[in-house]
Write a protein that binds this ligand. Structure first.
Ligand code: PMP
Length: 291
């Protein structure tokens, strides 16, 4: 953590180390809550409206009321970015069920907690970003739609963490999770794209992926750059035989993949990745919410 990390907590601006949450909070006890990860560039949050809308949808899906209006949250984000010591950084917005009795019944929690941390985040070194990451397909599967809808960005990441442990054990940088049909869902905290014969392909979110905001940004960018793009189910075979592969996320931005289960990509970073990354950089530096 950056020593100068800040936290806006239920209306109050604090240093992140001074912000505390109760041991009785069901967010901690049961992972009962939802969150967003948002980057800001040159003092401006990227795609803030999209993140706030997704937070609201995630909260609604788990029957949790957001205790602040979208305007109040937007003001909180502005306050944090203004007070933060750097103009680029990362915001983690967390909404928990709040303090309650022992026992998982959310009925005992009367007041949700909402906090936003402003910090730095570098998921991979610049060198790794240039060379690409090595990924493995995890044996742990993405939770099925009728277990926990993958569109809910909940505080429950344990199966993703287990997948990540598999990647660590294999000496790889990241894990890809399959759905219960054995098709590709997403990375442990990123969406996935491949390029095949000049066409960009990503699995539909119904395959078990989060509706990634960076994913949508990349799809929109591809359309603008006249790169053919399609949402199609993918099998491990499609990853192994792709020309290019890359991961997307607010934290990750766009990261090229060098190798999937020891099968090297034909190109890394490839031409399509390079075009999209340049477009993405222009977008975030343009500062117009990326619209
Ligand atoms: N999938 C998962 C499981 C994630 O946690 C994330 C966000 N870290 C993403 C995909 C990427 O989503 P976004 O581009 O909205 O950050």
């Amino acid at each position: 953590m950056d020593e100068q990390a800040l936290c806006w907590m239920n209306g109050e601006l604090l240093s992140a180390s001074a912000a505390k949450i109760s041991v009785l909070d069901h967010g901690l006890l049961y992972g009962d809550g939802v969150f967003e990860g948002i980057r800001f560039y040159s003092g401006r949050p990227f795609k803030l409206d999209e993140h706030l809308q997704r937070l609201r949808r995630s909260a609604k899906a788990i029957a949790l009321a957001v205790p602040f209006s979208m305007e109040q949250l937007s003001d909180a984000v502005s306050q944090l970015i203004t007070a933060f010591h750097a103009s680029d950084g990362y915001l983690r917005m967390v909404l928990t069920r709040g303090e309650g009795a022992m026992g998982l019944d959310p009925g005992s929690c009367s007041q949700p907690n909402l906090f936003i941390i402003a910090d730095q985040l570098q998921l991979v070194s610049e060198q790794v970003r240039q060379q690409g990451v090595r990924v493995v397909i995890a044996s742990v599967r993405r939770l099925p739609l009728d277990g926990l809808d993958p569109r809910i960005k909940s505080l429950n990441y344990l199966n993703h963490i287990l997948a990540r442990i598999e990647a660590n054990n294999a000496g790889a940088d990241e894990a890809i999770l399959l759905n219960h049909q054995g098709r590709v869902a997403e990375g442990s905290a990123e969406n996935i794209f491949i390029v095949r014969n000049g066409e960009l392909v990503t699995p539909p979110v119904t395959e078990g992926a989060l509706e990634g905001i960076t994913r949508q940004t990349v799809i929109d960018l591809a359309k603008r750059l006249a790169i053919p793009v399609e949402e199609k189910p993918l099998a491990p075979y499609d990853l192994y035989t792709a020309d290019e592969c890359f991961l997307t996320g607010s934290g990750a931005e766009l990261i090229p993949v060098r190798e999937v289960d020891s099968r090297p990509m034909t190109y890394c970073p490839g031409e399509v990745y390079t075009l999209l990354m340049a477009g993405f950089t222009r977008l975030v530096q343009g500062g117009t919410q990326g619209a």
